[in-house]
Design a protein around this ligand. Structure first.
Ligand SMILES: Nc1ncnc2c1ncn2[C@@H]1O[C@H](COP(=O)(O)OP(=O)(O)OP(=O)(O)O)[C@@H](O)[C@H]1O
Length: 256
């Protein structure tokens, strides 16, 4: 892996305190286009909170978040999304009473409004449907396009979230345990998709993941958080073998 010279996303001494508890403690890291970084660590280590600080769901107590070198620390989540940080949430960004296709169309429209792809806000209805169908095909859900989201299985909802994320075409893609709660036959669809996005080499991909087989299969780089602090950062073989990871995370039987 040869990272591009410029990181797309960086954090500098990023911290958040909840009362007396420092959930993320002075985390400094750079994330590069073409690199998939997995953030691991024990329960409560601060992984999701670190994600929330980067995507703007939580305001930092101190430290900085940079996107393409620009300080976005004070920007809220919507602004960060518009600037190119996309996150597959844990089912919180779906409209349950709309159909699968309508949910993806909203993302396509939202991307068009940002005005950086070939679709203008005046795109025809047919264009929108064709584009939405394209993303649904990528997650093997074209057959469910007219189903209301509320009627989907958990796994299909997760796949739909990935379709929505793809439709937003963000430069930075953040996935929170993308296969959590999926059935064994649904997992490969999502993992294949992340592999495909990764193969395009232009996206900065961040993943929080507990399942070590998923980590092994996808990671170019692993970051380990422990008690809110970054305790290891490097290529997967090095990090997995490090004493700190063995003690802090892998000392107990793997989260399979
Ligand atoms: N809004 C909040 N208010 C108070 N404490 C919080 C809040 N959010 C997170 N925490 C605390 O911050 C710490 C880090 O939590 P976080 O959810 O980021 O860990 P995690 O590594 O993602 O854990 P898991 O693997 O279990 O999802 C925990 O001690 C948690 O209880």
């Amino acid at each position: 892996m040869t990272p591009a010279a410029m990181p797309s996303l960086s954090t500098r001494e990023l911290s958040i305190r909840f009362g007396g508890h420092v959930a993320v403690n002075q985390v400094t890291a750079d994330f590069y286009p073409g690199t998939l970084t997995v953030i691991v660590g024990p329960n409560g280590a601060g992984k999701t909170t670190y994600f929330n600080l980067m995507s703007g769901q939580l305001p930092a107590t101190s430290g900085t978040v940079l996107l393409d070198g620009a300080d976005i620390t004070r920007h809220g989540a919507a602004k960060r999304t518009a600037l190119g940080i996309g996150r597959a949430f844990q089912l919180t960004n779906l409209f349950p009473h709309l159909t699968v296709s309508e949910n993806v169309r909203l993302a396509v429209q939202s991307r068009a409004r940002i005005g950086m792809n070939m679709f203008s806000r005046w795109s025809s209805h047919t264009d929108l449907i064709v584009r939405a169908d394209h993303y649904l095909e990528r997650v093997s859900m074209a057959g469910r396009r007219d189903t209301r989201v509320a009627a989907l299985s958990h796994g299909d909802k997760r796949k739909l979230e990935v379709a929505i994320l793809l439709a937003l075409e963000p430069a930075v893609m953040m996935f929170d345990e993308p296969t959590a709660g999926m059935s064994v036959d649904e997992v490969p669809v999502v993992l294949d998709l992340i592999h495909q996005v990764k193969a395009e080499r232009n996206k900065t991909i961040l993943l929080v993941e507990h399942k070590m087989d998923v980590v092994r299969s996808l990671a170019d780089r692993i970051i380990v958080l422990h008690n809110g602090a970054l305790v290891a950062d490097g290529n997967p073989a090095e990090v997995m073998a490090s004493a700190i990871v063995q003690e802090a995370y892998l000392g107990t039987p793997e989260h399979a």
